[in-house]
Ligand binder design. Sequence first.
Ligand code: SF4
Length: 302
Amino acid sequence: MKNLIEEIKNLKEEKNAIILAHSYQNIEIDQVADFVGDSLYLSQKAKETNADIIVFAGVYFMAQTAKIISPEKKVLLPNLNAGCLMADMINHEQMVEFKKDYPDTPVVCYINSTAEVKAECDICCTSSNALDIVKSLNTQKVLFIPDANLGKWVERQLNGVEVITYDGNCPVHNSVTVEDIKNTRTKYPDSKILIHPECKPEVSELGDYVGSTSGIIDYVRNSHDKKFVIVTEKGVYDRLKRDYPDKEFILIKNNMLCDSMKLTTLDEILYSLKYGVNEITLDDEVRRLSSNCIERMLKVSK
Ligand code: SF4
């Protein structure tokens, strides 16, 4: 593995490439990554970089987002089968149908969606900034796609704003139940429960903290508490265990695994970078329209 890592690092330098890795990736990928984080953080890095090539260790919509933001760069997704079940729940046709009945209502689109769907929306958001994005619209009613759980969570936080949600979800986070949280609270009464807002809103209600993957990691970093229950994908738990050996972490359930996120391997990163394969391309018009949606988000989240 040492040789593999060295070879990837050398290639990065030779080709002026960077590797962006999502916090749900297999943890060994951090050894070659320039930046590791959540969707918002990685989008910002994709925009700022002077690299010629971005290798995205993540899922398809993330690499597509990097390409939307940085069209002049070559963006590679080492494993093209790495999709997102939530993003796949709404296609362009379903998007057009969904907003047809609400002609004057702004549409907020969670970043976990395809470029074709983003092209139909007014502004993008991530789980880090969803509240600020909806607030920035200064309106009483918004459409929110595709994650119903995140949309309803935002509605609960904002008194008086109606959030009309599409019926999508992340099966990994959606599988957590109120009983799971209550049982864990009973078993570990002295722990803090940290929940990702892709969980059902009635689950999120029971957390000591609700936030994005970066938010959860920041919470642990800044907390004097010693024991935490992690209610999101296992990659976050793995990194917290590695980075905070003096603290104790409990993963809410063993099956908090996103299969797509775990597809990418170091071998595939090497192959993709070495031969420049698995490049993301976009139709010009889709890129232009979806770019408006993402740029508006980045302005609000500066
Ligand atoms: S964890 Fe859920 S939302 Fe995230 S990439 Fe996997 S399926 Fe999509």
